[in-house]
Design a protein around this ligand. Structure first.
Ligand code: SF4
Ligand code: MG
Length: 323
C-alpha cells in the first residue's frame, strides 16, 4: 500500500533555476496507491520544483515527504536508497535527460545499474522486455536515442522509469512537444500501465485537458501555493477559485461541457515568485478581487464539500465561506 504525503509550510523549499527562486508554501497533499493526482498551473508556478521535491531530487529546507509513514527527509542518502527505486520521474524533454552516446538498452537499464540490481545480462533482458511492452522493437536496445522520434523517445523514457518496478511516477509534462495523436497514445499507454502495475502518478502539466483525462484529483498551483484541490469532476464543473475558473477557459469546449463558471483566461504574466504580491498573490490578475485580498492571504481550507479545499476570500460557489 503506497501512501505519499508531501507538505511544506512557510517557505518550504527554495531552488534556484537560472536565477529564478521557487518557494513552495502551504503545499500539503497525499497520494494513494493507483491514484493519479494532477498538478496544474502556469510555468513558474513551481510544478516541476514540487515534483522534484516529492522524489527528493531537491531536499526541502522545511517540509516533509512521507512514504508509507517513513519521513524521507530524515534519511541519509544511503538509507534513502531502497526508497529511491520506488519512485521515478519522467521528464518534460526526454532527449535532454538521455545521453546520446548510450544505447537505448543502457538508458533503460541505467536505474538498475545505479542501484546495482541484477547482472548485466538480466538488465539487458529487462530493457528488451520493457521496450517491447512500450510497443517498440526489442532489438532497439542496440540503437541510440537519436534514431527515434519524439514520441518513441518518450516511450523509452517511460520504460526507463519503470525499470526498477516503482510504485510512484512523477510525470513532468510527459506529452508536451508531441503532436495531438501522439499525445493521446502516450496518455493511453500511461493509463494502461497504471492499471497493469498499480502505479501512482503525480501528473504535472499546464495542459488541463491531458490532466483531466488521467487524474482522479487535481491540485492547482499558483506561485508555489496550492490554491485549489478537488476531485477532477468537481474542479471542472464547479471551480471555486477564480484562478482555476480562468484556467478552464483554455480547455476544449467538450471537456468543459457542464462547467458553470466562465472567467476570461488569466491576463498577463504571473508575478515574480521572488517578490510575490501581498495578501492573495493572485489579486493583481483576479477579476473578483476586493480590498481585503490585497491585505490578507486566504488560508487553504475546506470548501464545505468533502475533499475540496480552496484558498480564496470570495470563492465562486461559496458554501461554508461567508463572503
Ligand atoms: Fe481573487 Fe481575492 Fe479570491 Fe484572491 S482571495 S482569488 S484576489 S477573490
Ligand atoms: Mg516545468
Amino acid at each position: 500500500q503506497l501512501s505519499v504525503r508531501f507538505n511544506a509550510s512557510q517557505g518550504g523549499l527554495l531552488r534556484k533555476t537560472q536565477g529564478t527562486v521557487h518557494a513552495l508554501s502551504e503545499v500539503d497533499f497525499t497520494l494513494a496507491k493507483g491514484e493519479t493526482l494532477g498538478l496544474i498551473g502556469e510555468s513558474g508556478s513551481g510544478k516541476s520544483t514540487l515534483g522534484r521535491a516529492v522524489l527528493h531530487l531537491n531536499r526541502p529546507s522545511d517540509g516533509h515527504v512521507l512514504l508509507e509513514g517513513t519521513d524521507l527527509t530524515a534519511l541519509s542518502e544511503r538509507d534513502m536508497r531502497p526508497f529511491r527505486r520506488r519512485m521515478q520521474m519522467v521528464f518534460q524533454d526526454p532527449f535532454d535527460s538521455m545521453n546520446p552516446r548510450m544505447t537505448v538498452g543502457e538508458i533503460i537499464a541505467e536505474p538498475l545499474r545505479l542501484q546495482r540490481i541484477g547482472s548485466a545480462t538480466e538488465r539487458r533482458a529487462r530493457s528488451a522486455e520493457l521496450l517491447s511492452r512500450m510497443g517498440l522493437d526489442p532489438a532497439g536496445i542496440q540503437r541510440y536515442p537519436g534514431q527515434y522520434s519524439g514520441g518513441q523517445r518518450q516511450r523509452i523514457a517511460i520504460a526507463r522509469a519503470l525499470a526498477t518496478n516503482p510504485d510512484l511516477l512523477v510525470l513532468d509534462e510527459p506529452t508536451s512537444g508531441l503532436d495531438v495523436s501522439m499525445q493521446a497514445r502516450i496518455l493511453n499507454l500511461l493509463r494502461d500501465l497504471q492499471g497493469e502495475f498499480s502505479l501512482s502518478y503525480l501528473f504535472i502539466s499546464h495542459d488541463l485537458g491531458a490532466v483531466t483525462y488521467l487524474a482522479q484529483r487535481i491540485a492547482v498551483l499558483y506561485l508555489g501555493r496550492i490554491v485549489e484541490l478537488a476531485p477532477t469532476q468537481t474542479l471542472i464543473r464547479n471551480p471555486a477559485h477564480p484562478y482555476t475558473a480562468s484556467l478552464l477557459d483554455a480547455l476544449p469546449a467538450l471537456a468543459r461541457a457542464g462547467t458553470e463558471t466562465h472567467l476570461p483566461p488569466p491576463q498577463g504574466e504571473p508575478p515574480s515568485p521572488i517578490n510575490p504580491p501581498s495578501g492573495c498573490a493572485f489579486h493583481p490578475r483576479c477579476p473578483k478581487a476586493q480590498a481585503i485580498c490585497r491585505e490578507r492571504r486566504p488560508a487553504l481550507s475546506s470548501s464545505g464539500e468533502t475533499g475540496h479545499t480552496i484558498a480564496c476570500h470570495f470563492p465562486l460557489h461559496a458554501t461554508s465561506h461567508a463572503a
